[in-house]
Design a protein around this ligand. Structure first.
Ligand code: HEM
Length: 347
């Protein structure tokens, strides 16, 4: 298949259906970055149509040893110039047999390295991008909802963690952190309304029916976390940022197993769930107790959802440290340090 053919396929399977569904530009196209899908005319066409294409690591034979062997085989067979199909098959068999065992052994030997590289890239996305997204959303929601921030500070005061605005050293153990109920509600609500990961894929192990639609065995099925949170009937006033929906009295998430699933569901759900929530709780405690912060731009930035929820061009925030009497730490005291660097941060 060549670039031109792939463009015909795109017209029939992407552009026409997006027109039929009246999607306009409200969708993001994800592809595997195979060279024929990234040919210059194709990319130009994407640009011309203002298509939002997800940037994605290119398809790499590094992660798939057999791809290296296919490549060697292709070159060897091509050089023999077959004149008919029978001959082509014969050359393939001969050249395949000629590949030295040492070549395969080397590919296997270095496989572990490639696997580590792949796992590292995956973990950077799974752990870093997600937690960064949730942290940014947390800060943005605390900025948007000062009453929530104040209620959080009140909880910290009531629990003796915050005195006159200062966090008292030595009192913040794991037990205390996980027992802060309102804090838990705030984190849960951030992850409901600003779900960092939009969904996941599963393979159907057997044919089944869902709402009258048959899903055949072997199909890849995408489940959408964001749509689930958006459409779940258990959440009242679904668009409102309302941490109290998770309070003991209301417990909106307790009605079913799969209405609230920011960390996915089933055996392939998030491995870092506890670590991520602990991190977010500590961040919220730190922000509520040791700093005052404000938006450094006139308006809140626009938020996009791909590849994770994040503000376009970042969220610019000014942080002011508070001393033990809840006074701002004077910038004179910080004269030796570049104040702007210290207090202005881009999240
Ligand atoms: C707020 C932060 C996070 C969110 C919202 C999140 C969300 C998710 C979701 C939805 C999945 C399941 C995807 C699926 O169904 O296929 C997942 C999987 C995973 N997450 Fe997280 N995650 C977060 C943080 C972390 C952290 C900090 C780590 C590691 C330290 C981590 C490691 C993983 C791993 C290894 C998987 C794959 C599990 C498997 O396939 O068995 N995540 N995460």
């Amino acid at each position: 298949m060549y670039g031109a053919k792939s463009r015909v396929i795109l017209e029939g399977n992407l552009f026409q259906p997006s027109r039929d569904l009246r999607l306009g530009r409200r969708f993001t196209f994800q592809q595997d970055n195979d060279p024929k899908h990234t040919a210059k005319p194709t990319l130009k066409g994407f640009k011309w149509k203002h298509l939002n294409v997800l940037s994605w690591p290119s398809q790499s034979p590094d992660f798939n040893p057999i791809e290296n062997l296919w490549y060697d085989l292709k070159i060897a067979v091509y050089q023999r110039n077959s004149s008919n199909l029978k001959e082509l098959e014969q050359f393939c068999l001969e050249e395949w047999a000629k590949i030295p065992v040492a070549t395969c052994a080397k590919l296997l030997e270095t496989y572990l390295k490639r696997l580590v590289a792949e796992a590292t890239i995956e973990l950077i996305f799974a752990a870093f991008a997600t937690t960064a997204s949730a942290s940014t959303s947390l800060i943005m929601q605390l900025l948007r909802h000062p009453a929530v921030l104040e209620k959080l500070r009140e909880e910290l005061r009531t629990r003796g963690i915050l005195h006159n605005g200062c966090m008292c050293e030595g009192e913040l153990g794991l037990d205390t952190i996980v027992s802060l109920k309102y804090l838990d509600c705030v984190i849960k609500e951030v992850l409901r309304l600003f779900t960092p990961v939009s969904g996941g894929y599963r393979t159907a192990l057997q044919t089944f029916e869902l709402d009258g639609v048959q899903i055949p065995k072997g199909w890849s099925v995408m489940y959408s976390i964001r749509d689930t949170h958006d459409t779940s009937a258990v959440f009242k006033d679904v668009d409102a940022f309302d941490p109290d929906r998770f309070s003991e009295e209301r417990c909106e998430d307790k009605e079913g197993r799969f209405h609230y699933l920011p960390f996915g569901g089933g055996i392939r759900s998030c491995l870092g769930k506890q670590l991520a929530t602990l991190f977010l709780r500590i961040l919220a405690i730190e922000l509520a107790s040791t700093s005052r912060f404000e938006l450094a731009t006139r308006n809140f930035p626009r938020v996009v959802t791909v590849p994770v929820v994040h503000p376009v061009d970042g969220l610019k925030v000014k942080f002011y440290g508070l001393d033990s009497n809840q006074n701002e730490i004077s910038s004179d005291l910080l004269a030796d340090i570049k104040t702007e660097e210290l207090l202005g941060a881009e999240v």
